[in-house]
Design a protein. Structure first.
Lengths: 260, 89
């Protein structure tokens, strides 16, 4: 991986590179374009939420309409993945979806580096999901949640506990690496095609955007990866709070709108 | 075979083999989904959502291989150096 291609102030052509002289000495290693971009995304989401909920009307229109459609769809997804009581996880899951989706998407805006293209910033929502799933499990079952880890046979308990613990740790790892790989690969692909079109400008004197189809692909992949992140979160929450320990989690899926 | 040769082979063949197996697995998933939709068209929305999730999960295995590719590619020497070592041999 090239130096400074994702995260870090040496990255190519970021607008946030201009901030580097203004960062004080004690914050040099910690304030990074990745962190600044992530906070800007959080600020943007808060602003959109505030604007969408200012004067709530019974018949929604404009931004409130968009938010209502979006929240209803994701609440249907929660009920689909977690079962009838899934609506109380909807705020958590909607926030994670919006954050991950915008993290992956902002890399396509000229001048910004996607936080999801840096493994540090994809571990953040993955760790949040990990701790949240354990918290929901303990809240639902109390200390008997640990019995999920050990299974039924007492003799095999240490082995099963270790295996289950490792698989619980592997879940946020896979979430983070999946999001990182997809976003970093897509952004690298788009960058390569931009380089190709810049080099082709030497032969043909017209700048043609060769990267256009891959921009659409990257937007679609960002949406799909955010959706997969959230669906897997729902599946992990379902496994953590399910009350039948050895039964497969098949419930009748509720009638939902089209997902894709 | 020298170290650079093996490394170059690993870099090129790793993602290829992963993509081959992922293509076969995704084809099986897609065929099953299409048969299910053809058999029961009013379950199309459910099947479509599940199909998308399954395809993304299979594709994420290829992405794990891509990470290994990027790591190994960082260890490859530049082409000029490799030609030097081959010519100087």
């Amino acid at each position: 991986m090239h130096e400074g291609s994702s995260g870090g102030f040496g990255g190519h052509g970021q607008w946030l590179n201009a901030l580097q002289p203004y960062i004080p000495e004690w914050a040099q290693g910690y304030v990074d374009p990745v962190v600044i971009t992530a906070w800007l995304i959080v600020g943007l989401l808060v602003l959109l939420a505030y604007l969408g909920s200012r004067r709530l009307r019974s018949v929604p229109s404009g931004l409130q309409n968009v938010w209502e459609f979006f929240i209803e769809t994701l609440e249907g997804l929660c009920v689909d993945m977690i079962g009838p009581g899934g609506g109380r996880f909807a705020p958590f899951i909607t926030t994670i979806f919006l954050y991950v989706f915008f993290n992956a998407l902002v890399g396509l805006v000229p001048g910004f580096a996607a936080p999801a293209a840096s493994l540090n910033a994809t571990f953040a929502p993955a760790l949040v999901v990990f701790f949240a799933v354990q918290y929901f499990g303990f809240k639902e079952h109390g200390l008997k949640y640990l019995k999920h880890f050990t299974g039924d046979a007492w003799l095999l308990a240490p082995v099963l506990f270790t295996v289950h613990l490792i698989s619980e740790l592997a879940k946020p790892l896979s979430l983070a690496v999946r999001l990182f790989g997809n976003t970093f690969g897509d952004d690298t692909l788009v960058a390569e095609f931009i380089r190709l079109s810049a080099e082709a400008m030497k032969a043909i004197w017209v700048p043609l955007p060769f990267q256009l189809p891959f921009l659409f692909l990257a937007m679609f992949i960002a949406f799909v990866q955010a959706l997969v992140f959230v669906m897997l979160t729902g599946a992990y929450i379902n496994m953590a709070i399910s009350h039948d320990a050895d039964q497969a989690d098949d419930h009748q899926p509720a009638e939902t709108e089209q997902v894709a | 075979m020298s170290y650079e040769t093996m490394l170059a082979l690993g870099v090129s063949l790793g993602v290829t083999i992963a993509v081959l197996s992922a293509a076969m697995a995704q084809a099986k998933a897609a065929v099953a989904a299409m048969e299910a939709i053809a058999r029961q068209p009013d379950m199309a929305a459910n099947v479509r959502g599940l199909l998308l999730l399954t395809l993304a999960l299979i594709e994420s295995l290829v992405i794990y291989c891509l990470i290994v590719f990027f790591t190994l590619q960082g260890k490859l020497a530049p082409v000029a150096d490799m030609i030097q070592t081959q010519v100087g041999r």
